[in-house]
Ligand binder design. Sequence first.
Ligand code: ADP
Ligand code: MG
Length: 461
Amino acid sequence: MTPSQFFYEYREVAGFGSPSRALYQTVRELVENALDATDVHGILPDITLTIEQVPRHPTYYRVTVEDNGIGIQPQHVPYAFGQVLYSSKYRLRQARGRFGLGAKMAILYGQIKTGEPVEVYTSPIGSSRIYFFKIKIDIERNRPIVLARGEYPNPSGWHGTRVSVVIEGDWPRARHRIHEYIRRTAIAAPYANITFIDPDGNITVYRRTIDKLPKQPREVKPHPQGVDIELLKQLIRKSRANTLLEFLIDAFQGVGRKTAEAFLEWAGFDKNLDPHKLDDRKLEKLARKLREYQRFRPPSADSLSPFGPEIIEAGLRTILKPEFVAAVTRRPRAYEGHSFIVEVGIAYGGQIPPSSEPILLRYANKIPLLYDEKSDVAWKVVDPKNFDWRNYLVVFPAPVAVLTHIASTKVPYKGVGKESVADVPEIEQELRNALREAARKLREYLLQKKKEEEAKKRVIT
Ligand code: ADP
Ligand code: MG
């Protein structure tokens, strides 16, 4: 079975199980690609999402997303949109996409339900041409079929990409989720202009309120504690080193000559062994020892792109219009060799409606997560059953929203649908620390407010 056949058979696992879910997922995949093409590359995003109902086909919708991103080189376009598992993001740094699946799932789903190809306009930065493609996927062979292509002059110097698919959808049922998804995307991206034109004719505009972008992620080498046998094999295959010592220095982050020598001695390996000649038993031992060794430097966080407190506070303030906000970005930590950073923002009062539990806004690698809230580690941490909000002067029902963000080169999602995060102890602990830190700021604010109110009362009486 080719990857495209596999995902054709099992499209539910990628979030395309029903027309309403498929519409939501299509929006999500295309918007995430647009953001990856902009903020990750230092461009302030201008993104327009349009969903139109197709005339005479009440359940067909055209979904179009346009961005001002880096664009795509024309020779790559057929693969980017016509070959499942083709991705330019296989590098080890934080991005929203990863596996080269998202856009293709939307295209594949559209193709099998409506028979329509994807249409792409793109112009890479600095290009004097705009390229146009109509593409279908040859599902049996997992190859692109280019149905049409064109080329136009680009006098205005536009750069970016416009992708358009026609899928079967259920707007009435997906309406609420999609609006909520865009709103949450806007909360976390106050540095973006986002326009959403929906099938009911509503135009929602989220204007940029801050010119600051999240820190750009840099590519890093894998951390030795994050390897398994398969990754080790791949790294050896790619490496030109002919001793184990050179291989370790060359293939992993934060491993210098001294560290490599100390590790090899501890693990009982001859440092002059040729890594290409290790048999399966030795490979297994090497991978295991790499994971067990406690004295490697902690994983680098250069590959991560947290929002930072300023962006979180700006986003919460703009969209939720609270009376108080505070945000915390924790220092990098690691689990199993994967670095991660946890962030928490709290918004209180103002236009936030009181409710019996905190309103939770979850993000992982800058993507909002909407489904399966109660099974997410973030819920476990903010749940009033587990977190003593009264310590921080919050008594439910209360007007509180909590934003949580987990940035990592490997987010431990519970499923391929990427909707909830597993309770890895290190991550849970960091979330709790971040929540405490932010809640302390809220407590100070509420104390101050109480004092002022009491002072006022005294003046009046
Ligand atoms: P992934 O996002 O996981 O890499 P996708 O199937 O969503 O997989 O996209 C495949 C590739 O197409 C991306 O890796 C990227 O190179 C390219 N691509 C898709 N959308 C855009 C876009 N809006 N701008 C630039 N490149 C894009
Ligand atoms: Mg993608």
